[in-house]
Design a protein. Structure first.
Length: 215
């Protein structure tokens, strides 16, 4: 059975946020399949921000010292995120472009799993080696503006970032990218843009089901 981890990274309702609607559409399309689907909602999980508290916790663990409540929570959150990623054959990210990048809660999830010895390692010559080439990823993104043009592409730091982290550093095979863009920039065409994009989401979900059947 194929294990699918869906990382939901928008807490706005689907009638107000397109990436939330993409998430709901993807999940609805998977209903009735034989996929083993787990959801990691970055806004529902207890995810303290990555920082000195976590680094201090590592030192305390090595020295057998007592951890603070925040350090215990952060270590548990990091382990839960890593365990979820480890168990997944396919990881699906549903996320918006906010202020040219990803939501902070999604960044925290990435901070938890972006670890040497877990997601990547270095060889004796200092070359980075990806440790998750057997995993696949699907990116579902919504952005109200238009960033696919040559003039704007360099400003888009959400899909590009996710692609570089999970496809580049982690080595996952990104098998689908569905981006809905321009619905705020072109309100007269918004409904058409959204509807066409959601059809692409359904198609991506159906291809995942078909791939799992053939595996």
């Amino acid at each position: 059975m194929t294990n699918v981890l869906v990382v939901k990274a928008n807490n706005r309702p689907a009638d107000q946020a397109i990436s939330s609607k993409m998430y709901e559409t993807f999940m609805e399309t998977l209903k009735g399949s034989d996929l083993n689907v787990t959801v990691y909602d970055v806004y529902e999980e207890d995810t303290p921000y990555f920082g000195q508290d976590l680094l201090d916790a590592f030192g305390k663990l090595q020295n057998g010292e007592e951890l603070s409540e925040l350090q215990q929570r952060t270590l548990a959150a990091k382990q839960k995120a890593m365990d979820a990623l480890t168990a997944a054959d396919v990881v699906v990210f549903a996320f918006p472009l906010w202020n040219l990048t990803i939501p902070a809660k999604l960044q925290t999830f990435i901070d938890y799993v972006y670890a040497a010895g877990f997601a990547f390692k270095y060889d004796e010559a200092g070359n980075m080696i990806s440790l998750m080439p057997e995993k696949k990823a699907i990116l579902l993104n919504a952005r109200g503006g238009i960033y696919s043009t040559p003039e704007m592409a360099s400003m888009e730091m959400a899909v590009n970032y996710m692609r570089n982290v999970f496809g580049g550093v982690f080595g996952m095979d990104i098998i689908e990218e569905v981006v809905i863009e321009g619905h705020n920039a072109m309100p007269a065409k918004a409904q058409e843009i959204i509807a066409d994009g959601l059809e692409e989401v359904k198609a991506a979900a159906n291809r995942l089901v078909e791939m799992a059947v053939k595996a």
